[in-house]
Design a protein around this ligand. Structure first.
Ligand SMILES: *[C@@H]1O[C@H](CO)[C@@H](O)[C@H](O)[C@H]1NC(C)=O
Ligand SMILES: *[C@@H]1O[C@H](CO)[C@@H](O)[C@H](O)[C@H]1NC(C)=O
Ligand SMILES: *[C@@H]1O[C@H](CO)[C@@H](O)[C@H](O)[C@H]1NC(C)=O
Ligand SMILES: *[C@@H]1O[C@H](CO)[C@@H](O)[C@H](O)[C@H]1NC(C)=O
Ligand SMILES: *[C@@H]1O[C@H](CO)[C@@H](O)[C@H](O)[C@H]1NC(C)=O
Ligand SMILES: *[C@@H]1O[C@H](CO)[C@@H](O)[C@H](O)[C@H]1NC(C)=O
Ligand SMILES: *[C@@H]1O[C@H](CO)[C@@H](O)[C@H](O)[C@H]1NC(C)=O
Ligand SMILES: *[C@@H]1O[C@H](CO)[C@@H](O)[C@H](O)[C@H]1NC(C)=O
Ligand SMILES: *[C@@H]1O[C@H](CO)[C@@H](O)[C@H](O)[C@H]1NC(C)=O
Length: 395
């Protein structure tokens, strides 16, 4: 058994209203909402019908339902804000499409097509009209990403764009050809340092470009090295500056090590009045929250004039005539010094080189010199006893 129920009365009434409304529905808009990109051209496509036998007198678009002083809806094409940008693409029969170019936020409005026929009292205002929303684009990205991570950048609009154009991306104003992700997203997989930069997005074949957003790629220190200033020869007494350079983001903290011992921090390590005991290996260590790295060691080669010079007699200073005694000059200098031998109260040297064979009695000294200075030793006494005397002495 089935019960057939007739629809309740109010529903029938609604259907009737709808039908009546449909008959008057004389203007069709392809899109009743248009979301357009700033500065783009918007096509509002539209068709209309009118009772047969009537003739179309006027067709135009308006953006208000309020009549002006002449009891008319203002003609948008005569509005100075629009006249240069509005183009009627349709005809006077059924197509009422227009193009509005260089849209701005000020164009966000309802727009209606209107037409009048030769039947004076029939003036059609094409409800419901087209609502226009104008959006810009904004890049949404994390402020910073760590090297190796992946990151997704989104090109956001305030409304869903009616024109489904392809998104394009720029880094530092250069178009990115690779890795364009689906939709409005750019996926950077395993981010590299080179990916840092200012990102903006746009739509293909549109002039508008979003403001750029900085993507900061952080990474541990790399290429850590020490440079010495002044470059070239360092002489005792000089002031020397060691600089540690490293590439890292965020900037690293620098520590200095001399032969493995911590001696200071900061990018610059200065030594004033350098002395030879600074001749050692220096290293800097660069560290941020992502890691640390040490430089290669640099050795300071400090030049200094001869110092702590002395003469040493190999054997006894007392020899027998005919024999010789070897004198050895020792000194400390950098670079190694040249040694000259002198006999006291004689102006010209008696020999050169580190050792000297004395054959005669006298007081001998050596003098060491390099390009940074010279130093003279104390004199040592050599006594040569005559063989006879010696024999005599031996007797
Ligand atoms: C408007 O569109 C509807 C559905 O597509 C169609 O039935 C109707 O005839 C159209 N009206 C006009 C005036 O084009
Ligand atoms: C609306 O203005 C345009 C531009 O001045 C003009 O060409 C057109 O005829 C006008 N339409 C009506 C119905 O006044
Ligand atoms: C209306 O005119 C425009 C521009 O000439 C055209 O692109 C569009 O296809 C036309 N629409 C219809 C429904 O004929
Ligand atoms: C708007 O578009 C025009 C070309 O259609 C272009 O010359 C102009 O630079 C654009 N303006 C802006 C602000 O993008
Ligand atoms: C990147 O972010 C870090 C902080 O996380 C900051 O110290 C650094 O200056 C930023 N670098 C750039 C290029 O903006
Ligand atoms: C430099 O150091 C030496 C000893 O190492 C000292 O004799 C000299 O006075 C110092 N000079 C200055 C300018 O401090
Ligand atoms: C280096 O030598 C100077 C004197 O020549 C001395 O005052 C200083 O303490 C020494 N420094 C080191 C690290 O040995
Ligand atoms: C000192 O003399 C001895 C023997 O004459 C020799 O073997 C030695 O090498 C000499 N020492 C130096 C430092 O010349
Ligand atoms: C050598 O000179 C010193 C002073 O320069 C002097 O005292 C000494 O008597 C002189 N010796 C000889 C042997 O002339």
């Amino acid at each position: 058994m089935s019960v057939r129920m007739s629809p309740p009365l109010p529903l029938i009434f609604l259907l009737m209203i709808h039908r009546a409304y449909s008959e008057k529905e004389d203007v069709n808009y392809t899109h009743s909402h248009i979301c357009a990109l700033k500065n783009s051209s918007v096509i509002m496509s539209c068709t209309f019908t009118y009772p047969t036998g009537r003739q179309i007198m006027k067709v135009f678009w308006t953006k208000t339902k309020v009549k002006n002083a002449y009891n008319e809806f203002p003609n948008l094409s005569e509005d100075p804000e629009y006249s240069q940008r509005l183009q009627y693409l349709g005809d006077k029969q059924k197509n009422c499409t227009i193009r509005l170019s260089h849209v701005t936020q000020k164009d966000e409005h309802m727009y209606y097509f209107r037409f009048t026929t030769d039947e004076d009292n029939v003036k059609w205002l094409g409800a419901p009209g087209v609502s226009l929303t104008v959006t810009d684009l904004q890049v949404e990205a994390p402020e910073r990403v760590t090297e190796g991570d992946s990151v997704r950048l989104t090109c956001k609009s305030s409304c869903a764009l009616t024109d489904r154009a392809t998104y394009i991306w720029y880094r530092n104003s250069q178009p990115l050809t690779e890795r364009r992700d689906r939709n409005n997203q750019l996926l950077l997989q395993s981010v590299r340092r080179e990916d840092a930069g200012r990102y903006s997005c746009a739509l293909q074949e549109h002039t508008y470009i979003s403001p750029a957003v900085q993507l900061n790629v952080t990474y541990p220190p790399k290429s850590v090295s020490v440079s010495i200033s002044p470059s070239g020869e360092i002489v005792e007494g000089d002031s020397v500056t060691l600089s540690c350079s490293s590439d890292s983001n965020p900037p690293a903290e620098i520590s200095w090590f001399k032969g493995g011992t911590f001696v200071g921090s900061g990018r610059i390590y200065s030594i004033s009045n350098i002395s030879s005991n600074h001749s050692e290996e220096y290293k800097c260590k660069s560290r941020n929250k992502h890691g640390e790295k040490s430089s290669d060691a640099v050795t300071l080669n400090i030049m200094y004039p001869p110092k702590t010079i002395s003469v040493f007699i190999n054997g006894s200073g007392e020899i027998v005539e005919g024999d010789s005694v070897t004198l050895i000059c020792s000194s400390d200098s950098n670079p190694p010094a040249e040694i000259s031998w002198f006999k006291e109260n004689q102006s010209s040297s008696v020999g050169s080189g580190q050792s000297f064979s004395a054959l005669q009695s006298g007081r001998f000294y050596c003098e060491a010199h390099n390009q940074h200075g010279s130093q003279r030793s104390d004199a040592v006494t050599v006594t040569v006893k005559g063989r006879a005397a010696h024999l005599l002495f031996l007797k």
